[in-house]
Design a protein. Structure first.
Length: 285
């Protein structure tokens, strides 16, 4: 009955409302951005941060230049100054000996030894009982053969009363290894003390000083005392007996060496040369 009016496709908006709100939004956002940018520029201004550093750098450079300019005037003054000994003693010195009292406990102490080389050597043979080999450098030790050594008591700064007999083996790569000839088990070589020569009718007061190494044989061999210890001649680089009492400074020590094991044999020449090889009497220094 009634014809409907056609609706417009687009509706007009209120320009005042839209314009005011949009202008206010644009102006407020622009103002916020401006304030934020201005604040960030003020807070990140490099001149405000580096100004104290700049002044400090200028001050340090000025002091360095001043010190350098004063050096030619101050150095000659101290160079020509002469201090007396009391004035030097009054100067503060650091203590350079801190901890030295504990150094002996920290550093391991290795004892040193005084050594004595045999002055006389001779051989005695049980097979050839009347054979006299005389004083020399030849050492021959077996079950049936003994070697007699005479040692002078080594001196000691510590006045140690203990001595020991040691065997120094030749170095492995030394040519002296060819001078040492061994057979069988040489791990136990007995060391006996000699207390007296063979007591004869014409001997008034027999002592080890009366032993003549050029006249000794098996039948005239001296009298043994106690067993001082054993040596392992297969040990490297050396072997030492247990410690025993040293003779007096004016006395000599005479010992006899023989093999304990069967089929044991040792033969070499004890020559005092480098590298060392042979038997020595040692004493703690």
């Amino acid at each position: 009955m009634y014809d409907q009016m056609p609706q417009p496709e687009y509706l007009l908006l209120n320009p005042s409302t839209y314009d005011d709100s949009s202008e206010d939004g644009i102006s407020s956002s622009a103002q916020y951005k401006y304030q934020t940018t201005e604040g960030s520029l003020q807070s990140h201004n490099p001149l405000t941060i580096s100004r104290p550093i700049f002044y400090a750098s200028v001050l340090l450079v000025s002091l360095s230049i001043l010190n350098g300019a004063l050096l030619p005037f101050t150095l000659p003054k101290y160079k020509n100054a002469s201090l007396t000994q009391p004035e030097l003693n009054m100067l503060p010195y650091p203590t350079q000996g801190i901890g030295l009292d504990r150094a002996s406990k920290v550093i391991p102490h290795h004892p040193t030894w005084s050594r004595s080389w045999p002055s006389n050597i001779t051989r005695l043979s049980q097979k050839l009982k009347n054979a006299v080999y005389g004083d020399g450098v030849q050492v021959f030790i077996s079950v049936e053969d003994s070697s007699i050594f005479r040692f002078r008591a080594p001196t000691s700064r510590s006045n140690s009363i203990n001595c020991a007999v040691t065997w120094a083996a030749p170095p492995s790569l030394s040519a002296r290894t060819n001078d040492l000839h061994t057979k069988g088990d040489i791990s136990e070589i007995e060391v006996w003390s000699i207390i007296s020569p063979k007591i004869l009718a014409d001997t008034a007061s027999p002592t080890v000083k009366n032993i003549n190494f050029n006249e000794l044989s098996w039948n005239t061999r001296p009298i043994r005392g106690e067993l001082l210890g054993t040596l392992d001649m297969s040990a490297k680089p050396n072997s030492t007996t247990v410690e025993f009492g040293c003779p007096d400074d004016e006395e000599d020590l005479v010992i006899e060496m023989r093999c304990l094991r069967v089929a044991c044999e040792v033969k070499f020449k004890q020559v005092h040369m480098v590298p060392m090889m042979g038997f020595e009497l040692i004493r703690k220094d």
